[in-house]
Design a protein around this ligand. Structure first.
Ligand SMILES: [Zn+2]
Ligand SMILES: [Zn+2]
Length: 278
């Protein structure tokens, strides 16, 4: 049903390898010139709070994704999200990135400045949703935690069609969905700089181990049907544990503060996204 609907559309963007479903929905809705809600209504899907974790949506993609070349790029997401849903049953809900503080549990994402900068059509990777996916292996820099201008982490999908935000107009996913300014206007913190800021060799080894684990799952080809089996063989607690790292490992905002690179904009006390507005 879902794919029949997608096939009826012209000019649907091809999902990039590793793209998150919420990122693809954002770009696909823009390609049709409609808001997110109109697009997902057309697909016959109920508006979700977190598209990257919508199990039915994930299943629909997971089972059929390989039959549509435009959507093959989402297969890493379907593998990871399936794993996440199983992990959640074992108290693994902390695996996703949340900005610290009460009431801040929106579907946030970190991002790599260079990845957004170099893509012809900027997109968000599903791995960036993970709490402990901290650096970009390609560009060897820490991921950014929030928009440098307003202090709010990216949160997808966004209706880019009508996203006239204060300070600017949203032109691509390189722009902040809240304030409209460029997410990429600052140089990333390189891993070398991160070492100067206090990330030790042991910290780096931990980061690499966790990311290798996430990477492995994203390419595992596991469906949500066979995953519980494989996980029970490996013990779910061990599986969830393998995503975790010490809270003492600093993020890009802390590193920048320590290096005196740029005064970070603090996240507002109240998260200003009305979810229904997306
Ligand atoms: Zn990157
Ligand atoms: Zn912003």
């Amino acid at each position: 049903m879902l794919l029949t609907k997608v096939r009826q559309l012209a000019y649907v963007p091809t999902a990039a390898q590793g793209e998150s479903p919420s990122s693809w929905i954002t770009r696909a809705a823009l390609s049709q010139g409609v808001r997110i809600r109109a697009f997902t209504n057309f697909l016959g899907w109920k508006f979700a709070y977190d598209w990257d974790q919508d199990i039915l949506f994930t299943r629909a993609f997971g089972h059929e994704v390989a039959t549509m070349p435009e959507l093959v790029g989402l297969s890493e997401a379907t593998n990871l999200i399936s794993a996440l849903l199983v992990a959640r049953a074992f108290r693994g809900s902390h695996l996703l990135y949340r900005s610290s503080g009460a009431g801040r549990s929106a579907p946030f994402s970190r991002y790599c400045v260079e990845c957004l900068e170099e893509a012809v059509s900027p997109f968000f990777r599903v791995q960036w949703r993970f709490q402990n996916w901290r650096y970009c292996p390609k560009h060897e820099c820490l991921l950014e935690d929030a928009c440098p201008s307003c202090g709010i982490p990216p949160c997808l999908p966004i209706s880019m069609m009508c996203a006239k935000r204060q300070g600017g107009i949203l032109r691509s996913l390189k722009h902040c969905g809240k304030c409209g300014l460029l997410l990429t206007k600052l140089a990333p913190v390189t891993l070398q700089q991160a070492r100067l800021a206090g990330i030790s060799d042991a910290d780096l080894a931990t980061m690499q181990r966790v990311q290798a684990h996430i990477e492995e799952i994203s390419h595992s080809g596991s469906s949500d049907a066979d995953l519980p089996h494989r996980m029970s063989a490996r013990k779910p607690e061990v599986f969830v544990e393998s995503f975790s790292m010490p809270s003492t490992i600093i993020d890009a905002t802390q590193a920048r503060r320590r290096l005196g690179l740029l005064p970070p904009v603090a996240m507002p006390a109240v998260y200003p996204y009305p979810v229904a507005d997306r």
